[in-house]
Ligand binder design. Structure first.
Ligand code: ARG
Length: 481
């Protein structure tokens, strides 16, 4: 998936080049160096080489089946394309900026290798439907790769959630201590988010899985092509139905980038939490040497750089979505060269997302929770005040709003005395509400608080353990999503 897998850098543009061998029929001279530089996409679209070869193999087979080219031409084309694949794989292919893009680089090389038959491959096809097909195939492959990474990360989180299902930590709202939750429950929140990310990618994949090939430049073709055959050879569900739309829309790429942007936001929030949890004042988790770096000046430092960079790469991924939305807005139908700018955002966002998923998975597997510290802080900041209010409602039948006020006054009293709620004496409690009995102290512990949250989706350790086990069972490799 990396951008660098296309082999060596392309030959740089030069002034005074010959007219393009692929389309230069009506051109006497070649483009200026600067024209070539702004026009050429081979520097980045060489990443599409596998998809381009697959598309051409399917197209050639269809042309032969439909009697548009001879079987012998098809077999020469197939042999030539396979040999080109081997050349690129081995880094022996000479990419040339004068040939603009991956499509013309491969076609030119094909003709160089097999002669006349190579010149027949582009029958009933245009680079417009070709590139739309290639990029869909690339995005589809990328989705499949990211889906596997997402499942792996969810499994890692669920395994840690099972381990920490009963370990309390402070739960926050406004980053102020709110109510105790368990660390396992907190980790499972991210499993839910990532599962929706998987769903968004699966939706995008379903919608993109229509084949543009056969739309040709924009209007379709007069040749008797079989679009169903090319679609099925390439694993598409069906041919795309409007030739103008097929070559000029990139909503499949936008949807994919939107799904990645939301995924990146989720990973960034977890990264931010890991950064916070690792800081000395929190001290909730520690990362090993494998996922931290040191400082060149401060010998004591252990910095969570992988988390910080995961947080930061969200900028790149969201930026890719914004970039492509901006490229597409206002483009008249059908194809315009602007659309060549669709690839780098897609490639870069994919590379960043894959790296962030791997880094996050690494950190989740690596981290160790300091459960004693979490437990101590889970009980501070009057985190069980709601439990006290609920007790007043349940036991004394006070209206909740009244119970809230009574508890608020008790928190104020405890604050003055510098103690937690459980540090107030029964007399002090009764001074606010005479009905309070010693039984109230049973609900003021952190363990009692989390254990009582048995409502569906609540943080009770038994709930968390069950949910973690369910996720682990569903996410085992080989189990369908
Ligand atoms: N390199 C081009 C792109 O990525 C391929 C399509 C070129 N089509 C054209 N009509 N010039 O969009």
């Amino acid at each position: 998936m990396s951008l660098g897998d296309g082999g060596p850098a392309a030959k740089p543009p030069q002034d005074g080049a010959r007219a393009n061998a692929q389309w230069g029929g009506r051109f006497a001279g070649g483009p200026s160096a600067i024209m070539q530089e702004i026009n050429a996409s081979i520097g980045f679209d060489q990443a599409l080489w596998r998809q381009d070869l697959r598309g051409s193999l399917a197209h050639a087979r269809m042309l032969a089946r439909a009697g548009i080219i001879d079987e012998a031409d098809e077999s020469a084309i197939r042999g030539g394309l396979e040999a080109i694949g081997a050349e690129i794989e081995a880094g022996r292919f000479a990419f040339d900026a004068a040939l603009e893009d991956i499509h013309m680089n491969i076609e030119a090389r094909l003709t160089e290798r097999i002669g006349e038959a190579g010149r027949r491959l582009h029958t009933a096809r245009s680079r417009n439907d070709q590139v739309a097909t290639d990029l869909r195939l690339w995005v589809r492959d990328a989705i499949d790769g990211l889906d596997g990474q997402l499942a792996a990360l969810m499994l890692s989180l669920a395994i840690r959630a099972a381990q920490y299902a009963a370990d309390p930590m402070p739960g926050f709202t406004h980053l102020q201590t709110a109510q105790p939750v368990t660390f396992g429950h907190h980790l499972l929140a991210y499993v839910e988010m990532l599962s929706r990310d998987r769903g968004r990618l699966a939706d995008a994949r379903r919608r993109l899985n229509e084949c543009p090939l056969g739309a040709a430049a924009l209007a379709g073709t007069s040749f008797p092509i079989d679009r169903r055959l090319t679609a099925s050879l390439l694993g598409f569900d069906r041919p795309a139905q409007n030739s103008l739309d097929s070559v000029s829309d990139r909503d499949f790429a936008l949807e994919y980038l939107a799904a990645l942007a939301i995924l990146a936001v989720h990973l960034s929030r977890l990264a931010e939490e890991i950064v916070t949890w690792c800081s000395a004042p929190f001290g909730f988790v520690s990362l090993s040497d494998a996922f931290t770096t040191g400082s060149s000046i401060m010998p004591q430092k252990r910095n969570p750089d992988a988390a910080e960079l995961t947080r930061a790469k969200t900028g790149r991924i969201v930026g890719s979505l914004m970039g492509l939305l901006t490229v597409m807005k206002g483009l008249p139908l059908a194809y315009a060269k602007d659309m060549q700018e669709d690839k780098e955002p897609v490639f870069q966002a994919t590379e960043a997302a894959a790296l962030c998923l791997a880094a996050t998975d690494g950190m989740v597997r690596d981290l160790s929770a300091r459960t004693d510290r979490m437990l101590a802080l889970a009980g501070s900041g009057y985190s069980t005040a709601t439990d006290l209010a609920d007790w007043l409602v349940r036991t004394l039948r006070l209206p909740f709003r009244t119970a809230h006020h009574v508890t608020g006054r008790l928190v104020g009293r405890a604050e003055v005395l510098g103690v937690e709620l459980a540090g107030l004496s029964l007399d002090e409690m009764r001074a606010e509400e005479p009905g309070i009995t010693a039984a109230v102290f049973d609900v003021l512990t952190v363990q009692a608080s989390v254990a009582s949250r048995t409502s569906e989706g609540g943080t009770a350790p038994a709930n968390v353990a069950r949910q973690a086990a369910d996720w682990i069972a569903r996410l085992q490799p080989g189990v369908a999503a």
